[in-house]
Design a protein around this ligand. Structure first.
Ligand code: XMP
Length: 519
């Protein structure tokens, strides 16, 4: 097992994710955990990045016992500074904070174990501080134009550090670096697999729930909730009750389609609740993105609770029926990590809609069968359980739905415009064979008006913005480079077929500094 200590970087969970890709098992803990509280002896330790400066009085530091463990240690960004600082190096705020791609040059005079097999490369940088003097016994293994100590190591003491982030996918050879560290330097074994995951998990669910009790859970048609629901349904059959809430801000025909797949194809016991009036009523007049998110989140909880209560009543007098005791949630590993991070999740950029609030009012225990898995592992699991590729490879869709893709007020007519444009957009992407290449694509509606001309008439209509990004982790993303002829075709179809818009623009912003959704 590799131990990862989280110093609060937005990217920490990606370290775990990358390492598992080559079958190495790792566990992630808050940076200040005491080694004596661990239930295993790590084969190596990784110190993550973080928002602090090592020289500040209240900065987090690891249990000093890690320096005595005698296993290799890799520090990333803040982690490197922590290693250097502990061993007498100097860390300063650099005059130029560095964010984004940086060209890394390998020191040709030193045979680095960490950088073995890696040529000059580009890596993702995101830092304010940097090392200004090297601790004795350390060697520089790589530099960038602005960072003279981009990577360092002390081979004798098995201490390694890099200022860049090898864990983000935009760091092209980061995978190799992490593999060099875990497999070659730490000699961790590579036999973690998901083979027996399903059986173990079904067994675990049955033992937890017992022979009579019932479970409820929300489904959205996304891969996580569908896979979780399928697993639950395999384990306890119709004692699992899936609830799909129509919030009025879903894609065109979404509810009907999801219902069909879940009931007919996957045989999941499902109830659909149409609450679109309620949601849209509460959204009327609201333009602030965070308010929209809160309204949708809270209304969802209300609707879900009411439905759960109705189901409970229904079974109250049924002979042999057990109590409703559990709530199923499709929480993935990255969400778990967010909530164990020592300072809570890294800065709140947006309030993500989730059903966490449900537990506060309902006397239910949580079951999270996917909590050890990453997204692609969930996909693999779904595939093994016979879920269609079409669903497994669906682009993610946010809980607040197209409400956060309609800038300004959300009304039924605005919803309709965006639904129609989005349908054409996705249809054409699929036709062009690009759907799997793009990680997420959608149409947004900008409530500004532009002048146009159709036939002999002046038009004054709104603007559709198309978004398409490529990413594997959704933490960083690049905009997708569409062939022009496809964009041209999509634009012409949308303008001609969707009343209410007379212009289509394509969003060419990467994340960061933009986000994937517009709100
Ligand atoms: P951003 O816009 O933060 O989005 O770059 C990153 C990913 O998260 C999705 N997203 C959400 N998913 N509830 C969700 O379930 C939300 O409130 C939410 N907001 C954003 C977004 O679609 C993208 O995949």
């Amino acid at each position: 097992t590799i131990l990862i200590l989280d110093f609060g970087s937005q990217y920490t969970h990606l370290i775990a994710r990358r390492i598992r890709e080559f079958g190495v098992y790792c566990e992630l803990f808050a940076c200040n955990i005491k080694l004596s509280d661990l239930h295993f002896k790590p084969k190596g330790v990784i110190l993550s990045g973080g928002p602090n400066s090592v020289y500040d009085a209240d900065s987090p530091h690891p249990d000093p016992a890690i320096w005595e463990l005698g296993v290799p240690i890799l520090g990333i960004c803040y982690g490197l500074q922590e290693i250097a600082w502990h061993h007498g190096g100097k860390v300063d705020p650099s005059d130029k904070a560095e964010y984004g791609q940086a060209k890394i040059t390998i020191n040709p005079d030193y045979e680095s174990q960490l950088l073995k097999g890696i040529d000059d490369f580009t890596m993702w940088m995101s830092h304010g501080d940097q090392l200004s003097s090297l601790p004795a016994s350390f060697k520089v293994t790589a530099t960038t134009p602005t960072a003279p100590f981009a990577a360092i190591e002390d081979h004798e003491r098995q201490l390694y550090g890099c200022q860049f982030h090898p864990e983000v996918t935009h760091s092209k050879q980061g995978h190799r670096l992490l593999k060099n560290f875990t497999v070659d330097i730490c000699q961790a074994s590579t036999n973690w697999s998901m083979k027996s995951f399903i059986e173990t998990e079904i067994e675990r669910i049955r033992n937890t729930v017992g022979p009579h009790d019932q479970v409820i859970g929300a489904v959205s048609g996304g891969v996580d909730s569908t896979v979780a629901a399928k697993l639950m349904s395999e384990a306890i059959g119709d004692r699992f009750h899936a609830i799909l809430v129509d919030n009025g801000v879903m894609r065109m025909d979404e509810c009907k389609n999801v219902e069909k797949i879940l009931t007919q194809h996957l045989k999941i016991n499902l109830t659909v609740v149409d609450a679109s009036e309620q949601f849209l009523g509460r959204l009327a007049g609201v333009t602030d993105p965070e308010k929209k998110r809160k309204i949708i989140g809270n209304t969802f909880i209300e609707v879900f609770e009411a439905e759960a209560e109705r189901l409970e009543k229904k079974f109250e007098n049924v002979a042999g029926a057990g109590k409703f005791k559990y709530l199923l949630q499709g929480t993935l590993y990255p969400d778990v990590i967010e909530s164990i991070s020592f300072k809570g999740p890294s800065a709140t950029i947006k309030t993500h809609h989730n059903v966490g609030g449900l537990l506060e009012n309902m006397k239910l225990d949580l079951i999270e069968p996917l909590r050890e898995l990453f997204k692609d592992e969930v996909r693999a699991l779904g595939s093994v359980m016979g879920i269609d590729d079409e669903l497994i490879w669906r682009h993610p869709f946010p809980g607040p739905g197209i409400a956060i893709r309609i800038l300004g007020e959300v009304t039924r007519s605005q919803v309709e415009i965006v639904q129609r444009a989005d349908k054409i957009y996705i249809e054409e992407i699929k036709k062009a064979g690009l759907y799997r290449k793009i990680s997420q694509a959608y149409a947004a509606l900008l409530p500004v008006r532009a002048v146009g001309v159709m036939g002999d008439n002046r038009t004054y209509e709104q603007v559709i913005a198309l978004r398409a990004v490529e990413t594997t982790d959704f933490m960083t993303a690049d905009w997708f480079e569409f062939p022009y002829d496809i964009l041209k075709h999509i634009s012409s179809r949308i303008i001609n077929e969707v009343p209410g818009c007379n212009r289509v623009v394509y969003d060419v912003s990467s994340k960061p500094p933009a986000t994937i959704e517009w709100e």
